[in-house]
Ligand binder design. Sequence first.
Ligand code: NAG
Length: 222
Amino acid sequence: MGSLLHLVSALVLSSPGAWAVRMFNFRVLDSINKPSGGHQRCQEIGYDGLAILSSPEAYRHALTVIAPNITAATNRFAIGLFFDKAAKDVLWADGTKYAADTPWNNPPPDRSGQLPFGRMRGDGKIIMTRNSFAAFSLCGTYNTRESYGKTLSEQQPDGQTSSLDIKETKSFLHCKVLCGADIRCRAAEFNFDLSTCTTFASKMFSGFTTNKATSTFVREGF
Ligand SMILES: *[C@@H]1O[C@H](CO)[C@@H](O)[C@H](O)[C@H]1NC(C)=O
């Protein structure tokens, strides 16, 4: 109970502005459904299906949308995350793979196919479940994308082990956009001399260090 109260107060303090609310179109279904039924019901009322929370920004917004319906940390909200038989892996409803820092309740997610439906609990943890237990459903539209973060001038990611991508870009702004377009990206380093943008996922760097030739966009993680 203590952790639930802590969660709810954190949500109130960090509730996003009207701008973020416009970006993501999520709502909790009025009816209680099994995940497959919730997905269908969301589509019947004009959403693309159960909500995709693949980015930290979408995930945070979802926490604010489900907050009024949370009475216990163990409440369940079906989301657009499914076991894909062909891929033998858990994928978001638009086919993207989950980010390395996804807040699973019990990582890594079950890949046996026995628990095919993803749900978010009241405490924000993500779990895989059967289709048998009727609970809340979180609907969403799938075309929204935004990234929040901050700029570190003259700094670069330190302890680089690998990168997601290296591209020539015209500007630091374009580099930030590239990071926002990849749900895994947590940092994007723009080199002003080379006009290159290097993007990194959560575990591909360890901190930041001075580099006069670069600026880095650091995206908020989960
Ligand atoms: C979720 O909370 C809202 C706001 O309190 C309420 O109107 C709605 O009925 C709740 N949904 C369910 C399924 O209980």
